[in-house]
Design a protein around this ligand. Structure first.
Ligand code: FAD
Length: 467
């Protein structure tokens, strides 16, 4: 009657509904994690993310071993292969029930349905749990019982739900037996070996330390600092959240506790709204599976004819567009696997509006580099920037990257860090070298696009859709 917990996007022992339920059965618990490198490649996972996930799966195996739960690591090439591997594990270990927390991508949902069918035929039960969001996914609906497609009313209902439901977090389950030897993955799959140095420390404890540090030291000025990429103004918890080392509930509860203890209310309230954005996009993925099949949320925008990507796309990827803030951001992404939120919006708008290159290409490129690559948020952010998604930036409101740079990196600290060719320019020239009679430093390109003209053209193309 052994229970099996299949860990996927929930690499933690605390506040883990599937693990808690399996332990409650008190009939012995086994754990497994399946590496699916070909599927990861197909889903554009980055080397940084694969390193992060494997390091955390190893750390999780160690924690579980202390609780008397042993972990089996399996390598199956794709999701379809993982089903047979899991069925075989159930036969080998005499598993009576498999527990897992739900994932909402289309391929993940198909895989889980297929697994249920296969295990059902072998008399193994399957129990799934809603874990990824603070309010269970699908719970926050309009009065007409429809999903929200605009963030502000969603977040109002979300906050009301929290006040009524008072969500809590689950403790780490009690030990199921004597400590056992922990298994580990020693080899990173070949396609993902070349990764940037780890951005954050490994393990659940490290994630909680970072959360506490952020809440006690930085959250107070979050509202003022969060848009300035040269400041350490945001939590950088996204790799942990995207891979389930931390849950949204744990973040929410810790932030509310900090509020209760007199922490800066505005900073904390603003930060809690970011957790709501995460929940919002996961709900969109759940209710509108087309967004995970390369389709636009606003279906009329599918008629847009995007430019051929070509050399301009390569310049964008490599951070040599001649627009300093865009180049600095893209180099940060390429070198660290992370990019500041303000700059994700600036670079995404530049690609989709000024270069008029399909948002799907940008979405895939981000995913292939980000350590926090997370389908729901990445797709949501890209479709927002491209004006093809829910709640999108209206198509006529196009960020001017130079103005954004002057506003959010006024002294050029961030640009100087990532584009050293421009380090010697003064605080005015650095945002737009070569303008107003300035000279572009040797080795730095001229802008690959005219910002004003391209903006006008993009607006005209969107307007034509409406006519
Ligand atoms: P904080 O400001 O400290 O926020 C705390 C947490 O709230 C984040 O860790 C994240 O989980 C969540 N969050 C914050 N902003 C958003 C948002 N706009 N949408 C959804 N969740 C949010 N986030 C990802 O986690 N993975 C992605 O792949 C991703 N791709 C993006 C692509 C684009 C084009 C854009 C515009 C945004 C994207 N985001 C993505 C959202 C956001 O940029 C990151 O979550 C944020 O920069 C992470 O930094 P942080 O942890 O310091 O955030």
């Amino acid at each position: 009657m052994t229970q099996l917990v299949w860990f996927r996007n929930d690499l933690r022992t605390a506040d883990n509904p599937a693990l808690t339920a399996a332990c409650k059965a008190k009939s012995g618990v086994h754990a497994c994690f399946i590496l699916t490198p070909e599927q990861w490649q197909e889903h554009d996972w980055s080397p940084a993310r694969v390193h992060f996930v494997i390091a955390h799966a190893n750390a999780l195996a160690k924690e579980l071993a202390q609780l008397g739960i042993s972990m089996t690591f399996i390598t199956a090439r794709r999701f379809s292969d993982s089903i047979e591997s899991l069925a075989q594990l159930c036969r080998d270990k005499g598993i009576s029930r498999v527990h897992f927390n739900e994932e909402y991508g289309v391929n993940e949902r198909r895989r889980d349905k297929q697994l249920k069918r296969q295990l059902g035929a072998e008399d193994v039960g399957v129990c799934k749990y809603r874990d990824q969001t603070v309010a269970p996914v699908g719970e926050i609906l309009t009065q007409q019982e429809e999903p929200y497609s605009v963030f502000t009313p969603f977040s109002r209902s979300w906050k009301k739900w929290i006040d009524v439901a008072q969500p809590t977090v689950l403790p780490i389950p009690e030990a199921q037996g004597k400590p056992v030897k922990a298994a580990r993955v020693d080899e990173i799959p070949e396609a993902f070996r070349d990764a940037p140095p780890a951005l954050v420390k490994t393990g659940e404890d490290a994630a909680h330390d970072q959360l506490e540090h952020f809440l006690s030291e930085r959250a107070g000025s979050y509202k003022e600092d969060r848009d300035f990429p040269s400041l350490d103004g945001t939590s950088q918890l996204s790799p942990y959240l995207a891979n389930g080392v931390l849950s949204g509930r744990q973040c929410l509860l810790a932030a509310r506790q900090a509020q209760g203890m007199g922490g800066n209310q505005e900073g904390l309230t603003t930060w809690i709204s970011e957790i709501a954005w995460r929940d919002f996009y996961i709900n969109i993925l759940y209710h509108y599976p087309r967004v995970s099949m390369h389709r636009a949320f606003k279906t009329d925008t599918e008629a847009l004819t995007w430019n051929e990507p070509g050399e301009k796309f390569e310049a964008w990827k490599e951070g040599r567009t001649g627009i300093p803030i865009v180049d600095a951001a893209m180099r940060q992404l390429n070198e660290t696997g992370w990019m500041h939120n303000r700059l994700r919006m600036v670079t995404a708008m530049f690609l989709t509006k000024n270069l008029f290159i399909d948002w799907r290409l940008g979405e895939a490129y981000f995913m292939s580099k980000l350590v926090d690559g997370f389908l729901a948020s990445n797709n949501g952010g890209w479709q927002w920037s491209a004006s093809t998604g829910t709640d999108s930036a209206p198509y006529f409101r196009v960020f001017n990257p130079v103005t954004q740079s002057e506003r959010f990196d006024p002294k050029g600290y961030f640009i100087r860090q990532w584009v050293p060719e421009l380090a010697k320019l003064d605080n005015k020239q650095i945002h737009d070298p070569g303008s107003k009679g300035g000279v572009i430093p040797k080795g730095y390109p001229r802008p690959i696009v005219d910002l004003k003209e391209s903006r006008k053209e993009a607006i005209a193309k969107f307007r034509a859709l409406k006519d």
